[in-house]
Design a protein around this ligand. Structure first.
Ligand code: KIV
Length: 286
């Protein structure tokens, strides 16, 4: 498949060049071939094949149940549709916690089996050793701090993080530990804008925000949220650009109406055969 803008593949040096120029890097989640196709055509710079697929695609109420194999399958579909986009696979719950060997092996699967450009994982100081080991294996790592959905139970739910001096301090320590461990980028989720600004100014690596305000090198949102395809919940930080859910329901209702009123299928949807062949069929003794 040709890339939408005839663009060569986006690389980490390209992303750093954008940072230096002050050009915002655009990043969305994608899980399927058609969605990634339209992102490629639009010229989006980055895709996250998020473990949020557990909720947006599979209807679970958290990201915890999704497995490595399921995440890899979605990455493969996305990679095929978006050859020029910088694609990160999201390491699911328990795929990097047990041991360093496990973390390297599972991170490597995203590159080896799905052609991803790197991985994202959640946590700061407590997983910095795993980040270092994965980076040493030659795999690009994006850290993820603030609201980390895999540990939302420990954080008291899907809540804004860093609202006290104490929790902001530990978030800053997490960010610095990830940078020190070799992460090329750090994603901040649900963080008050002034805290994001402080972290952004302390770091040399790329910063991305989802619900973290404007002081980042790039912005991330979940595709289902921006196109109106997640009927369960809409976070405050989301801007919705389309209502595909409503469009889909209208299309389904119109299809049902056409079928029931015998308007569909119409002549243009039918297949025909020659009169001669039809006569032969009619004479068959079966
Ligand atoms: O899985 C995901 O989509 C994420 C975002 C919520 C940051 O990790």
């Amino acid at each position: 498949m040709a890339s939408g803008k005839g663009r060569k593949k986006v690389t980490i040096p390209d992303l750093y060049k954008m940072k230096r120029k002050g050009e915002t890097i655009t990043w969305l989640t994608a899980y399927t071939f058609p969605t990634a196709h339209y992102m490629e055509q639009a010229g989006l710079e980055m895709i996250l094949v998020g473990d949020s697929a557990s909720m947006t695609i599979y209807g679970n109420d958290s990201t915890l149940p999704i497995t490595m194999d399921t995440c890899i399958g979605h990455c493969q579909a996305v990679r095929k549709a978006a050859p020029s986009v910088f694609v990160l696979g999201d390491m699911p719950f328990l795929s990097y916690h047990k041991s360093t060997e496990d973390a390297i092996y599972n991170a490597g699967r995203f590159l080896k089996e799905a052609g991803c450009d790197g991985i994202k994982l959640e946590g700061g100081v407590r997983i910095a050793d795993k980040v270092r080991a994965i980076v040493d294996a030659g795999i690009s790592v994006c850290g993820h701090i603030g609201l980390t959905p895999q540990s939302s139970a420990m954080l008291g739910g899907f809540k804004v993080q860093g609202k006290t001096a104490e929790s902001a301090k530990s978030m800053i320590e997490d960010a610095l530990a990830l940078q020190e461990a070799g992460a090329f980028a750090i994603l901040l989720e649900c963080v008050p804008t002034p805290v994001t600004k402080i972290i952004h100014e302390k770091l040399n690596v790329l910063t991305f925000g989802i619900g973290a305000g404007p002081h980042c090198d790039g912005q991330l949102l979940i595709i289902h949220d921006i196109v109106g395809l997640y009927p369960i919940f809409q976070p405050k930080f989301v801007k919705q650009y389309a209502n595909l859910g409503a469009d889909m329901q209208n299309a389904i209702e119109e299809y049902m109406k056409d079928c029931k009123e015998k308007v569909f299928p119409a002549k243009e949807h039918e297949f025909s055969i020659s009169r001669e062949e039809l006569e032969k069929i009619e004479q068959l003794e079966i």
